[in-house]
Ligand binder design. Sequence first.
Ligand SMILES: Cc1cc2nc3c(=O)[nH]c(=O)nc-3n(C[C@H](O)[C@H](O)[C@H](O)COP(=O)(O)O)c2cc1C
Length: 398
Amino acid sequence: MYCTKNITDDLYWIGGNDRRLALFENIFPVPNGVSYNSYVLLDEKTVLFDTVDKAVSEQFFENLVHALGERTLDYVIINHMEPDHCAMLKEVIMRYPDVQIVCNAKTADIIKQFFKIETDAVIVKENDTLCTGKHTFTFLMAPMVHWPEVMVTYDTTDKILFSADAFGTFGAINGNLFADEIEFEHKWLDDARRYYTNIVGKYGAQVQALLKKASNVEIGMICPLHGPVWRKDLEWFIEKYQKWSTYEPEDQGVMIAYASIYGNTENAANVLASRLADKGLKNIAMYDVSVTHPSVVVSEAFRASHLVFASPTYNGGIFPNMETVLLDLKAHNLQKRTIAFMQNGTWAATSGRQMNELVSGMKEMTVLEPTITIKSALNDSQSEEIDAMVDAILESMN
Ligand SMILES: Cc1cc2nc3c(=O)[nH]c(=O)nc-3n(C[C@H](O)[C@H](O)[C@H](O)COP(=O)(O)O)c2cc1C
């Protein structure tokens, strides 16, 4: 049966939810599922905004057919040609042969690459408009807000921004479509941050460019391609994007990411955390990088102002899971953090130096010296070294 949601008098959510998917993009765990949002507008012309992933194709077509009723489909606007949104484009064309694709030139090329079909698309550029009756749409290019062809579509009539992957989040829609109907800050923000940082975190400058463009228009509602629709408190979520895309930390706090084989590096991490807490610090998060997925550590590193990395030396290098995390942070362009290191080794501890080298390739990082060196297991005589690191972290917070 159809499962659609009314957004306005003439706009419908016709997407689907996937709670079976283990790994989004075959890499990111999605324990809360994911939604693939597609929207249809019933104006004088009918307009489909993107499609969905093939995992929810059956539901999508049932929804589309129901929403259109007796009508046919006139336009499909493609904001993002990634297959989790446009896997169904070819079938849409087969079902509605007269449908007019509206997209930019880059998207047209990518359609050809994926589907090996020629399309007679209406090619749009920055600030071009399309009138569908009551509604007039403006197109704003948003390259690399996730892929190079991405654009967003602004409905000048109802002040709705169809924002593609921007303002999306992991998490299936559990009945309530609107962000103001759910406890977003408590139950969704971590997933939203993990989505942003891992999917578009690298492209802060491009997200900034889009935010600047978006600030020139009055936005009453945001319809993203994943997660809930925003119609209230938009500024709150836009402010999060502002922080994330400028790599400013959200919280003054410490994230300790450690690796440990036998438990001694873990012990040192625990001692450090415990002493930070003794000095009154409340915002401390700890992750074993062999247990916690790197996407969580990346997300937490975007959140916290101070990061501690503790790793054994492993075959002359950094413990592999820790190296993965650090490379991931570098790949996602993380900047503007204060960092401290702990290294461990039984015969020649070098992981600290190597972690430092990796971080030194990242922008605006402040490294707190000295790195604590553990020889197999922490000694009681190193108590002062730990206290010195605690003091250095806390002083750098003031
Ligand atoms: C496969 C393997 C490779 C290792 N390579 C090194 C090394 O290159 N240099 C070194 O000093 N210790 C090396 N170690 C020893 C560990 O780094 C050391 O025992 C450390 O104390 C382990 O910390 P943990 O108790 O937190 O696991 C290696 C251990 C293993 C299992």
